[in-house]
Design a protein around this ligand. Structure first.
Ligand code: DGL
Length: 260
């Protein structure tokens, strides 16, 4: 089956990277809306329009399921896409439940884009988990820009993150949740800044597990040849410089896997 992974940009590769490890035989399409990234600082209506365009394109490619590997697009558009299309649509959810299950009485800092942290979806999740007193939300929009230009661990990244996180008393926190798929590229700098007891959690495993649950007959745990087609906003990526850029993101994700 052809499975699409969709994101505003390169963050979604972190979810695909995880899927490649456990679903090696499937055929994947990775679609990054590079013409319109970032989504997180735009209006929800604009994001909805971009997502709908991408969905039309992906469905025309014959995909059997779409993973919205973007918390922002999930927040702004997944509900509408599920009303409109009948194929399985798997969204992202910040790993707040995982954090609270592991450390019930400690606070969690959920980092994400502005759209995600001001959205109804996160509000409903917090309500459902009765976590109002245990969650703080923080937008880190510049990480999306840094990621897109492959500036992963510069002095500027470190000083941005130190500045944004300076006011939190991390003694009260068990974990920091990466509620934006682009943030996976910065785990090493975050690890350097955060006290060692603060866990860094992402939603990638949860999303891929949900994909396996939703799509019947998915071939997990089998080794085989895989095919991945990459698209930037409907344009197939075949240029060797662009493919090398994608490869660099995937290598970075290999490195970040070791950071917990
Ligand atoms: N990667 C996206 C997410 O998970 C958002 C990045 C953007 O602002 O476009 O939220």
């Amino acid at each position: 089956m052809k499975i699409a992974f969709f994101d505003s940009g390169m963050g979604g590769l972190s979810v695909l990277h995880h899927a490649l490890k456990i679903l090696p035989q499937e055929e994947f399409i990775f679609y990054a809306d590079e013409d319109n990234v970032p989504y997180g600082t735009k209006s929800r209506e604009e994001v909805l329009k971009f997502v709908d365009e991408a969905f039309k394109f992906l469905i025309a490619q014959g995909v059997g399921a779409i993973v919205v590997a973007c918390n922002t697009a999930t927040s702004a558009a997944v509900k509408k896409m599920r009303e409109k299309y009948s194929l399985p649509i798997i969204g992202m959810e910040p790993a707040l439940k995982v954090a609270l299950d592991l450390f019930p009485a400690r606070k969690v800092l959920v980092t994400a884009t502005a759209i995600t942290i001001t959205g109804e979806k996160i509000r409903l999740l917090i309500e459902k988990l009765h976590a109002e007193n245990f969650v703080e939300l923080k937008a880190l929009p510049r990480l999306v820009e840094f990621a897109e230009r492959q500036e992963f661990n510069s002095a500027a990244v470190e000083s941005y993150l130190r500045g944004e996180l300076a006011d939190y008393d991390f003694e009260k926190f068990s974990s920091l949740v990466l509620g934006c798929t682009h943030f996976n590229y910065f785990k090493d700098t975050l690890r350097k800044i955060l006290p060692s007891h603060v866990k860094i959690l992402d939603g990638n495993a949860g999303t891929v597990n949900e994909l396996i649950r939703r799509v019947k007959g998915i071939r997990s745990q089998v080794s085989g040849v895989r095919e991945i087609k990459f698209f930037y906003s409907k344009r197939r990526v075949t240029d060797s410089a662009e493919l090398a850029r994608l490869e660099k993101f995937l290598r970075r994700l290999d490195e970040m896997e070791a950071v917990t």
